[in-house]
Design a protein around this ligand. Sequence first.
Ligand SMILES: [Zn+2]
Length: 149
Amino acid sequence: MTTDNERRLPAVLPCAACGKLNRVDLARVDARPACGSCRAALVLDAPIVLTEANFDTVVAQSAVPVMVDFYADWCGPCRMMAPVFADFAKRQRGRVLVAKVDTDANPALSTRFGIRSIPTLNVMRDGKEVARQVGAVPMAVLEQMIVER
Ligand SMILES: [Zn+2]
């Protein structure tokens, strides 16, 4: 018999301190997992930083949807969006992997996803894009984007 307690939600997260990818079970986020390499606490309630180096691995191995914020530091609407996105990450902890990609530092990802305007928010499920929203949006729109269609 399977209960909710036995449900596993495997994911791979980059450590915010050293960048090493760590396997975690998002069904057990309250266990406060630490990085296997540097022992820093893994950040589960704030957006994680994805790069060209780790994007495909993290997206492909996540059992939950991944919401990606394509942004840049100089972009006003992106800065406006940042606190809403951070709050969203807190609320969806363990249910959605909330991530951000600096478009200046990762031009190949921007090209691959056809990012023409920032912020652009993508939801990836099973490695495929299932939703996209361009421009700063309120919490209600973020929540709508992760509803399965
Ligand atoms: Zn680490």
